[in-house]
Design a protein around this ligand. Structure first.
Ligand code: A2P
Length: 304
């Protein structure tokens, strides 16, 4: 899995915008693109990869690592395989490189969407759903399988029943939400961690961008002659974590790949480790305080 991948969340989704961004990304060197049935970007991603092959930007689809995800309303044992098949049809691909359970949340069957009421959230059948995920890999429809937004307590439920352990856990992670406890746990279990919102996301909580506006990161960026985005992405890379970074702008797409030929200093790393911690995505619409799951396992909270 290439260390930097392109994220394709943009609401509202405009087919041509996503397609052009994916094409531009492939043109400047991205070989890893992330989508989900929920985002509505599987089709433009598939169109872009097909066009990239036609234009000779890549020789074949095999050169691009593609991740997609299973939404909660399909987190039912008998709906997993049909859902992946539908995703593959959208992607116009024979297989996904990585298939992830999007959230440890099971919703009433139906088209991907957010629950309207508490009753839409159902108990999660970790064993049954994971068996079906394993079947996807055995059938060759997913080269690897994993999870997203899983806290340690959810990972434990999967590991207890898995014959194929999850390869990846994709979570919110950046210098402002460092996930030290979860990362340490994943390291002991051989689970690769991937970071979404590596630059703090798209103002999801309406409070600006705690990463791009961080004075600590700005000071380091100035000293290194880099941008704040590059400092954040470099720090994530140095932690052994894969970044899923979204940009639909060609210059920023390029900039976000220029993180491999320089390093942070020990002093920079020290300063970053002191940044006060804040989780941006609370996912209130998926989690209720009285529900079975919370968005964060208290065991994973590592507020500095
Ligand atoms: P844009 O698509 O206009 O570049 P995340 O990946 O953390 O979700 O954050 C992505 C947000 O940060 C997007 O709004 C994206 O907007 C913006 N962004 C991506 N790369 C950079 C960069 N190098 N510098 C500043 N903003 C960036």
């Amino acid at each position: 899995m290439p260390a930097v991948g392109l994220g394709t969340v943009e609401f509202p989704t405009v087919h041509e915008n996503t397609k052009n961004a994916v094409l531009a990304a492939i043109e400047v060197g991205y070989r890893h693109i992330d989508t989900a049935s929920m985002y509505g970007t599987e089709k433009p991603l598939g169109d872009a990869v097909a066009e990239a092959v036609r234009r000779g930007l890549v020789q074949s689809r095999e050169e691009v690592f593609v991740t997609t995800k299973l939404w909660g309303s399909q987190c039912h044992q008998d709906l997993v395989l049909p859902s992946l098949r539908e995703s593959l049809q959208n992607l116009q691909m024979e297989y996904a490189d990585l298939y992830l359970i999007h959230w440890p949340v099971c919703l009433k069957p139906g088209p991907p969407g957010f629950p309207n009421k508490k009753e839409d959230a159902l108990p999660f059948d970790f064993e049954g759903v994971w068996r079906a995920m394993e079947e996807c890999q055995r059938l060759g429809l997913a080269r690897a399988i994993g999870v997203s937004n899983f806290a340690t307590k959810h990972l434990e439920k999967i590991l207890a029943v898995a014959t194929i352990p999850p390869a990846v856990n994709q979570v919110e992670l950046n210098p402002v939400w460092q996930q030290r406890t979860l990362r340490a746990y994943c390291a002991t279990k051989g689970i690769r961690v991937a970071a979404y919102s590596p630059l703090g996301g798209q103002n999801w909580d309406g409070q600006g961008n705690a990463v791009l506006e961080s004075p600590v990161l700005a000071e380091i960026a100035k000293a290194r002659g880099k941008t704040v985005a590059q400092v954040s992405l470099r720090w994530i890379y140095e932690q052994g974590v894969t970044s899923i970074v979204k940009s639909y702008n060609k210059e920023r797409l390029k900039q976000n790949l220029e993180i491999f030929d320089w390093e942070l200093t020990e002093e920079d790393r020290q300063k970053i480790s002191q940044i006060s911690q804040k989780k941006i995505i609370q996912a209130e619409s998926l989690f209720t305080p009285e529900g079975e799951f919370t968005s964060v396992d208290p065991a994973d909270m590592d507020i500095v």
